[in-house]
Design a protein around this ligand. Structure first.
Ligand SMILES: [Zn+2]
Length: 258
């Protein structure tokens, strides 16, 4: 049985010095493919380097995260756009993590501008997008159809549940991680989303302070536990869940997992 992690920040500073351990933990847990998401120029460069270092296991998603928009200068913005545009690396499989975060309304216009540019970049490079949509899911679900984006992954989709049907209708994917085991809201999402639209993630190094993850460094090794919780919620056997999610991963990112 094999598992996948569609959303982790492997090039995050918190993982520096332990990436080999993390990738080994993934392999030991049968997590065969990870997508390293980026936030800014440093993490974009880092994600691509890691994809080159662990070919066939680590893939890269490049983009500007809404949390980094505040301090972003025009020059830095252009550097990132140029870097992503010039990248001719087959390990670049998505634009991400991009999006809008309603907690940061002071920089709302700038967030919108950067998100729009990232979406245009995804159109140009014909890549799928991985989207952060805290407090903005309904808005994002409504605005995305005006772009010619290949595929959309709403990562850590939580609410409103009313936006889920619309997102699914539009063929968007949803990825869920550790909260599947303890959050009633997320468990509700997992029960309702069609299996064809579901992916697994960890969002590491984000930490989770609930059992069974409490006190642990977030690792792709969490994915089998997450998949098991999904299987229980859906009344399916673990193997069918794992196979389905692996297929979804391949379809979404357009790659064949080794
Ligand atoms: Zn993330």
């Amino acid at each position: 049985m094999r598992f996948v992690d569609a959303h982790i920040h492997l090039s995050d500073e918190e993982y520096s010095g332990c990436v080999d351990d993390i990738v080994q933990e993934a392999k030991d847990s049968n997590v065969v493919a990870l997508v390293s998401n980026s936030m800014d120029l440093n993490t974009c460069v880092g994600s691509l380097e890691l994809a080159d270092r662990f070919p066939g296991t680590v893939y890269a998603a490049l983009g500007i995260h809404p949390w980094t928009v505040n301090d972003l200068t025009d020059e830095q913005f252009q550097q990132i756009v140029d870097f992503i545009s010039r990248t001719q690396n087959k390990n670049l499989v998505a634009i991400g993590e991009i999006g809008l975060d309603f907690k940061y309304t002071k920089i709302w216009d700038k967030q919108l501008r950067v998100f729009d540019s990232m979406l245009h970049l995804a159109e140009k490079l014909e890549l799928p997008v991985i989207v952060h949509s805290r407090g903005t899911t309904a808005q994002i679900v409504d605005m995305l159809p005006s772009y010619k984006i290949k595929k959309v992954l709403l990562h850590w989709f939580s609410n409103p549940i009313s936006a889920l049907a619309k997102a699914v209708d539009r063929g968007f994917y949803i990825s869920e991680g550790a909260p599947v085991t303890f959050s009633s809201g997320i468990r509700d999402v997992v029960k309702k989303v069609p299996m064809e639209n579901l992916l697994t993630e960890t969002d590491g190094p984000v930490r989770f302070f609930r059992t069974p993850f409490e006190g642990k460094r977030t690792s792709p090794a969490f994915v089998p536990t997450i998949a098991k919780a999904i299987a229980e919620l859906r009344g399916m056997d673990l193997e069918s869940v794992a196979d389905r999610i692996e297929k979804n991963f391949e379809d979404f990112f357009g790659i064949r997992v080794n």
